[in-house]
Design a protein around this ligand. Structure first.
Ligand code: ZN
Length: 254
């Protein structure tokens, strides 16, 4: 009997100690949050470019997942740009996807008039860059082909996108773009972008509800990271404990 009382006393003391020293529920905000998870995909097009090395070091230190759509011709233009692409490949927070080998040579109408040629260009890029995933953004087009769902931007390219889909490529456009001026200054302010993202996420006005694809530009990395608008936006987005940054490969395809 005495032994039993001792055990009860000890276990009561342990419970007390545990609850006093470990406020479990306070340390797990994810459990407390009633909000559904809202995914944000940060995407950068047209790299590697001069400045890509800044992106690489920033995402490493911030542990920020980003998706980059690579143009093979850029990666092969110089040894330095090739090395920037290697930095991306070795960076666990960066996933490299397919933005075509030639970027249509910036003659989009002509490029999309020949869907077979578009397919070849995408395949060439995949081989030259050793890309792991069949994730594509078409140059100069905001088009989608995912899980049998599609969206065109009203310009040419629909037949080429269909052909790529038949060849097991997923095609991603974007829901929202943070534009910039020639000098790299962003057009929309940080608060305008934040407001737009929150509004879109809350209203479901995205290609897939609770999933927002944001198109950004490398120019946003011209400033020192601590002073950049992009850092300010990301810090503000991270204040939402139900917002998650993810790679596009994990975007739902059903
Ligand atoms: Zn592009």
């Amino acid at each position: 009997m005495k032994q039993l009382i001792q055990i009860v006393v000890i276990s009561t003391a342990m419970v007390f100690l545990t609850s006093a020293s470990m406020p479990l529920h306070k340390t797990l905000p994810a459990v407390q949050s009633k909000q559904p998870l809202k995914y944000i995909y940060l995407t950068f097009d047209d790299g590697p470019l001069n400045g890509s090395e800044n992106i690489d070091s920033v995402v490493l230190s911030e542990r920020l997942k980003i998706s980059v759509f690579i143009v093979g011709e850029h990666a092969e233009k110089s040894k330095q740009l090739g090395n920037y692409y290697k930095l991306y490949e070795e960076n666990p927070f960066v996933e490299a996807y397919n933005h075509s080998y030639t970027h249509a040579n910036d003659h989009y109408k002509e490029f999309y008039s020949n869907p077979q040629q578009v397919l070849k260009d995408i395949q060439k890029n995949e081989q030259q860059l050793n890309l792991r995933y069949k994730v594509v953004r078409l140059p100069g087009r905001n088009m989608w082909r995912i899980g049998g769902r599609k969206k065109d931007d009203g310009v040419s390219g629909s037949a080429a996108a269909d052909l790529l889909e038949k060849n097991n490529y997923k095609i991603y456009g974007w829901d929202l773009e943070w534009q910039h001026k020639q000098n790299g200054e962003p057009v929309q302010t940080v608060d305008e972008m934040l407001n737009e993202i929150e509004t879109r996420q809350n209203s479901g006005n995205t290609f897939t509800q609770n999933h927002l694809v944001l198109l950004l530009h490398d120019e946003m990395f011209q400033k020192k990271w601590e002073e950049s608008e992009l850092k300010q936006l990301i810090d503000k987005l991270r204040q939402h404990d139900n917002y998650v940054f993810e790679h596009l490969r994990f975007y739902p395809d059903k």
